[in-house]
Design a protein around this ligand. Structure first.
Ligand SMILES: [Zn+2]
Ligand SMILES: [Zn+2]
Length: 563
């Protein structure tokens, strides 16, 4: 197994007839999936998603893949293939299209419909779309694409086989092998076997659940649990789940219909996505079941179900507002039941438990994956991955979609089925993998950082800005203003000290004003005249004092002015 090494440098030129694979996101994290394939000077992109910020990214709305590697080569992009409609696969597409609007977008009917509403929000109207379905083949430049049905936690997901003269790549996208899915559309293992028979030179496989032994539980197993919740609930039921999980919503609707309750959606993305899914026939809504959320207020609580967004504790979401009793028309009552029919994405734990506590405090009965089977994963567990390796018999394997621990676990599964260790390649974002003469290997690394979206700015906020925000958030802020004589350099006014998120009492700083003046005057006597250097003197004096006497490290902003 080849490990990415920190000393990797830019890759050499790609040998003629070779295929280059450059992951720009999603390898080493769960989110912002994006992989660039290069053959004969032409590029094919698979997925272009977002990563949601964690608590160490204060103020950040979204994190995008870094487009730098392809920014000067956008005219060489033949197509952007979207494996399915989840945000971590399509969320960054509008940002890429801002740089070249007519990149052909290739995906299934539902995937492109979900993307379409996003593109309209970003006012991108001149886009080029190619709707594809399982079993279809279509070529873009040197890339011959074939699509294979896969089962996942959103309908209409596709794996893609990419044929070039360098060999065949099979990219699973996100998938699992639920044998009894609601829509009967199973992962097409017969196609996997056929492609394996032809020869899969490089197999990119979903690593998310590679550490989980056995097989992922079937979606249908949730139904009896939901039925039990509906049977025992005497009041209103609120179910929160992902706004793209059509089959989960279907199961809630079926339970509601069976128990004589009406259903309303709460949350913009839920209303929008389920409208699309229903219009396109992916969601079956029994007649007269659906009502407007505002109309529910006038109905008996035991006759209603709300299907809401916010299952990850997102602070602005419908569920968070309900938990804080600040939602403008849904008012939680004691005895209501709230079901979080969703996963708990790592990093969101605190936010989700905050919501659960908020709901419980008002007397709600909260059902979640910690106390009932109300969620199953959308990703293949270790047993399913082993099946795939045995069926496909790939020549080389590149685990994708996961943190490093997930990818390493996936790599171990590949090796266990007999893929030679030197052909199981571990690469994180930016690490270049070349498939040359049928062998995949790491050949270099390209720059590949986080790109932060903050309000309307994209890429302006840097890691150092975030460090400042964390210091401000954790430690507060002290400003020190001193006026010095422009001729003599002696202090003529100040220091004036202001603090936020620190001790607000001015007396706190009385003991440090003298040392600041002494330090400036001493520095001036020793020949320092530059105000920047004097500011550094102030910063050092205040920094030493605050850490020595208060055990704190606030942001210190010294300002030395000449008068
Ligand atoms: Zn997905
Ligand atoms: Zn994903």
């Amino acid at each position: 197994m080849s490990h990415p090494h920190p000393e990797l440098s830019a890759p050499p030129a790609l040998p003629k007839g070779g295929l280059r694979v450059v992951p720009l996101g999603g390898l080493g994290e769960v989110g912002r999936n994006m992989t660039v394939f290069e053959y004969d000077g032409r590029l094919l992109i698979v997925d272009c998603g977002v990563l949601f910020p964690e608590e160490n990214h204060p103020g950040v709305d979204l994190i995008l893949p870094d487009f730098d590697y392809i920014r000067d080569r956008l005219d060489q992009v033949e197509a952007l293939v979207l494996t399915h409609g989840h945000e971590d696969h399509i969320g960054a597409v509008p940002y890429l299209l801002r740089e070249r609007e007519d990149i052909p977008l290739v995906g299934s009917n539902l995937t492109l419909a979900l993307l379409g509403s996003k593109l309209r929000e970003h006012r991108l109207r001149n886009t080029v779309k190619a709707i594809v379905a399982e079993g279809e083949r279509i070529s873009f430049g040197p890339f011959d694409l074939e699509f294979v049905a896969v089962n996942h936690s959103i309908p209409d997901a596709l794996a893609v086989a990419i044929r070039t003269d360098a060999g065949m790549v099979l990219h699973t996208g996100d998938f699992k092998m639920d044998q009894l899915p609601l829509d009967g559309r199973i992962t097409d293992l017969r196609a996997f076997a056929r492609l394996g028979e032809e020869g899969v030179d490089l197999f990119l496989t979903d690593s998310t659940n590679a550490e989980v032994p056995g097989f992922t539980t079937t979606e249908k197993d949730i139904a009896p649990v939901l039925d039990g919740v509906f049977r025992t609930s005497k009041q209103r039921i609120i179910v929160a789940c992902f706004a793209s999980h059509v089959h989960r919503v279907q199961q809630v609707m079926d339970a509601a219909a069976a128990h004589g309750r009406k259903v309303a959606y709460v949350g913009r993305s839920m209303v929008r996505n389920m409208g699309i899914a229903r219009d396109m026939g992916y969601l079956t809504v029994p007649p007269d079941l659906l009502v407007d959320a505002k109309a529910l207020a006038d109905m008996p609580p035991e006759k209603v179900v709300l299907i809401s967004t916010g299952s990850q504790g997102e602070p602005m979401s419908a569920l968070s507002r309900i938990a804080q009793r600040s939602h403008h028309f849904v008012h939680l009552e004691e005895g209501d039941t709230v079901v979080l029919a969703s996963s708990l994405i790592p990093g969101n734990e605190n936010a989700v438990y905050r919501v659960i506590n908020g709901l419980a405090r008002w007397g709600a009965h909260v059902v979640h994956k910690g106390n009932a089977l109300v969620h199953v994963s959308g990703h293949a567990s270790a047993g399913e991955l082993l099946y795939c390796y045995n069926i496909v018999k790939p020549r080389n394997v590149l685990p994708v979609h996961g943190e490093i621990r997930h990818m390493l676990a996936n790599a171990a599964l590949a090796r266990a089925t007999g893929v030679p260790a030197d052909r199981v390649v571990i690469a994180e974002d930016g690490v270049v993998v070349d498939l040359v003469d049928g062998k995949a290997s790491v050949t270099g690394k390209v720059d590949c950082g986080y790109v932060f979206v903050d309000g309307s700015s994209v890429g302006d906020i840097t890691e150092s800005d975030l460090k400042d925000r964390r210091i401000l958030g954790d430690e507060g802020f002290i400003s020190v203003i001193v006026v010095v004589d422009s001729q003599t350099g002696r202090v003529v006014s100040g220091p004036e000290i202001h603090a936020r998120g620190f001790a607000e009492d001015d007396a706190t700083f009385a003991s440090i004003t003298g040392p600041i003046v002494e330090a400036i005057n001493r520095a001036v006597t020793e020949g320092t005249t530059d105000t920047y250097q004097l500011q550094q003197v102030v910063r050092r004096v205040v920094g030493r004092w605050v850490s020595g006497t208060h055990r704190r490290r606030p942001m210190i902003v010294p300002v030395v002015l000449e008068a």
